[in-house]
Design a protein around this ligand. Structure first.
Ligand SMILES: [Zn+2]
Length: 316
């Protein structure tokens, strides 16, 4: 039976499935550890190309970049600065490691002084995110990333009409081959807490519940991804991953590649329990990712990517 097992195994994790999220911090002079995400750091801009080269040597094919700018304002102007932290990071990575797929997070929350994902103004229910000015901002950010050399832009703020708007802007500016990975199904989850410390993107007021999906709503979750598929998204996403595997499976049926994001809280829970000796870290990580794949994910975004690449190498 043991001999037959590998032949009948339905799924196996591969390095090709993995996307490594990385934080680039314009204010850092050396790597800054992130206390709520043990093992993860914010890299100074000067280090990022070398870090990515090492990941490529380990067999990782894709990275997802988040930026922490040196300056924040209400308009998120550093987010589309051609010399901004992400734009410089992409250029330096592509110069050193041209065969690494570079995906950039397209959002404003790390760049606004109020911590929200776009332009804030007076709405029908008081201060709120304004959809149309925020769309224009997202398009501007996406085009600046494409111009720097990003292969895939990943708009994360779930504004209405965002994918179509960005697709048109990319095409108009001469980037028809730049793909869009939409954070199409993003839940209002409690599991994002450690990321906010990592990306320095807490709020000065309110939260994001007005533009993220209630964890109770499965039909709405599928509908959101459906809309983005129709607007021209190349890759759909479910975020977080582990609590939402039913939605990974459902959204896979829409016919596009699906990315699943194992978020900071999922990472932190495994790391913390393993540090206490309560679970076996390696086995838990591999099981969590294999189950995400079994549910239907084509791409798995995980802070464990570098560890897993090493473990998969040992298992060969
Ligand atoms: Zn955001």
């Amino acid at each position: 039976m043991k001999l037959i097992q590998p032949l009948v195994r339905e799924h196996a994790l591969s390095k090709d499935d993995l996307v490594a999220p990385l934080f680039i911090d314009e204010t850092a002079g050396s790597p800054v550890p992130i206390p709520s995400m043990p093992g993860q750091v914010r890299y100074p801009p000067g280090d990022i190309a070398l870090v990515v080269e090492q990941l490529r040597e380990k067999g990782i094919r894709a990275v997802l970049l988040f930026g922490i700018p040196g300056r924040k304002d209400a308009a998120a102007s550093e987010a589309y600065n051609p010399a901004g932290v992400i734009q410089q990071g992409v250029r330096s990575i592509k110069a050193l490691v041209p065969d690494m797929v570079v995906i950039t997070d397209v959002c404003a929350c790390e760049y606004t002084d109020h911590g929200h994902c776009g332009i804030i103004g007076e709405g029908p229910c008081g201060l709120d995110l304004l959809n149309d000015p925020s769309l224009a901002l997202m398009a501007q950010i996406a085009v600046s990333h494409a111009r720097a050399g990003a292969d895939i832009v990943a708009p994360s703020c779930m504004l209405d009409g965002m994918v179509a708007y960005i697709r048109k802007a990319l095409d108009d500016e001469g980037f028809p081959d730049t793909a869009i990975m939409s954070y199409s199904t993003k839940f209002a989850s409690a599991l994002y807490g450690p990321f906010r410390e990592a990306a320095d993107s807490g709020f000065s007021f309110g939260d994001r519940s007005s533009y993220q999906i209630n964890p109770a709503n499965g039909r709405e979750a599928v509908r959101e991804s459906e809309l983005d598929a129709r607007e021209g998204a190349d890759i759909l996403m479910v975020k977080p991953a582990g609590f939402y595997l039913d939605l990974v499976a459902e959204i896979k049926k829409l016919g596009l590649p699906v990315a699943a994001y194992q978020v900071s809280g999922e990472y932190a829970m495994i790391r913390a329990a393993a540090a206490k000796g309560w679970i076996d870290e390696r086995k838990t990580v591999m099981e969590s990712l294999l189950c995400i794949k079994r549910a239907g994910a084509d791409l798995i975004i995980t802070y464990f990517a570098a560890d897993v690449a090493g473990w998969l190498y040992e298992e060969q």
